[in-house]
Design a protein around this ligand. Structure first.
Ligand SMILES: Cc1ncc(COP(=O)(O)O)c(C=O)c1O
Length: 414
């Protein structure tokens, strides 16, 4: 049976960054590659959100918004979707999650204060720390290349905490898709508390968790570790271009300082459009979201089963949330290197400065655009690509066929 998520909608005529040919070329060298990269989905929003957007455009006046109940609405959402008890005074609304993290980092640290970031890392975290000129401590997740799973490396964490002021955590984690257990979160907070490390927890993918999500806010409160949590309706409801996020605090003095800093920088306001969509999402989005999460899990099963049966050289690192996943393609790297040596023009870094060996291979030989693993932390991840499976199942099936053909090409030629 077809679902509304199965309907293919052409996005090429829109301003979509994901579908922009120049942007696509920059990561894989091939402007005509189908995009499976930037983290937004190819699905129209829930009818309830679309209706609010239509009402607003029909009204056609886009003055400044005033929405005094938005903190309460978020608390309703947190309770309904996450069974999380939170009070409106703990919630600050602002623009994107990255804005919030950058303001927090800038406000809470001096240039000599080191910041821990788990690796592989969503690249803007690294860029942010570097641009704010704070020393970066990359905290590599353990990778088991037999089981194809990532996990936290406790051996190194404590020694890094001795030297650091802040940890930018990501739960569920982008790009590995890991969702952390209560035990892990409590341990993380206990160690952070011991060394006075503040944790900024980016939980932007939490609403899309396949297992019950636990927020670090709860474990911060339990252990006394300073924790700030960032969430947003953007990934969840596919409204990422309409910047709106919530920042959650246990420590109301820290919250006050954050609001003051936002005010100093004139960053407190969200747009009318973004606010309208976010409020529609948080007040009545759960039925649509339940359908979406189930559809995404169906896509994931298709990817996993097809890879296992038809392209065993590529292994899915099975995510526990959201619509992005790492694919371990390291078994193919020797063959792709031969292809690169035979056809260097296809792998020209000048044509795809934001790509790497694997994204160029898939761009040229399968006409698919994936984020190269190196984007998440350099050469250590050159055997991986990140796929965005937030798209129609028929599109995923076609992509898997193209991957199979590209891998066959390698075997036949090298
Ligand atoms: C972990 C994570 N944080 C933040 C963002 C961006 O959030 P925003 O657009 O609200 O700044 C993304 C987008 O992909 C993300 O994956």
């Amino acid at each position: 049976m077809q679902s509304s998520f199965d309907l293919v909608k052409d996005r090429q005529a829109s301003l979509s960054a994901k579908w922009n040919k120049d942007a696509i070329k920059s990561i894989c060298g091939s402007p005509d590659a189908k995009p499976f990269w930037v983290a937004d989905m190819d699905f129209p929003v829930a009818d309830t959100i679309a209706k609010k957007a239509q009402q607003l455009t029909e009204h056609a006046i886009f003055g400044y918004p005033f929405a005094p109940t938005q903190q309460e609405l978020f608390c309703r959402w947190a309770k309904v979707w996450h069974h999380m008890e939170i009070q409106p005074e703990q919630v600050v609304t602002s623009q994107g999650v990255l804005n919030s993290i950058a303001v927090l980092l800038d406000m809470m640290t001096e240039v000599t204060d080191s910041v821990i970031v788990p690796f592989p890392a969503y690249q803007p975290f690294v860029a942010m720390v570097e641009q704010l000129q704070r020393p970066l401590i990359p905290w590599a997740l353990n990778y088991d290349d037999k089981k194809h799973t990532f996990s936290l490396d406790w051996n190194t964490f404590e020694s890094y905490c001795e030297k650091a002021s802040v940890l930018i955590f990501c739960n569920p984690h982008n790009p590995s898709g890991l969702a952390f257990s209560e035990q892990e979160l409590e341990k993380l907070c206990t160690i952070a508390k011991k060394y006075g490390v503040t944790i900024i927890s980016d939980e932007i993918h939490a609403d899309l968790s396949y297992i019950p999500h636990k927020s670090l806010l709860e474990f911060g409160a339990k252990t006394g570790a300073e924790t700030v949590v960032c969430m947003a309706p953007s990934k969840t409801f596919n409204i990422a271009g309409e910047h709106y996020s919530v920042t959650l605090f246990n420590n109301l003095d820290l919250k006050k300082a954050y609001v003051k800093r936002l005010e100093q920088l004139f960053l407190t306001h969200t747009s009318t459009f973004a606010t309208t969509l976010a409020l529609a999402a948080y007040s009545e989005g759960e039925t649509w979201l339940a359908g979406l999460v189930s559809y995404l899990q169906g896509n994931l099963s298709l990817v996993q089963e097809t890879l296992q049966k038809r392209i065993p050289e590529i292994v899915l690192i099975k995510p526990e949330a959201s619509f992005i996943a790492f694919l371990d393609c390291s078994a193919l790297v020797p063959l792709i290197e031969k292809d690169q040596a035979a056809h260097p023009e296809l792998y020209d870094p000048q044509q795809s400065p934001s790509g790497g060996l694997l994204s160029r291979f898939f761009g040229q030989r399968a006409k698919l655009a994936f984020n190269d693993g190196t984007w998440f932390g350099g050469d250590a991840y050159r055997g991986f690509v990140r796929i965005n499976y937030g798209t129609q199942r028929s599109t995923i099936a076609e992509a898997l066929q193209s991957m199979e053909d590209a891998v066959r090409y390698l075997h036949e030629n090298y």
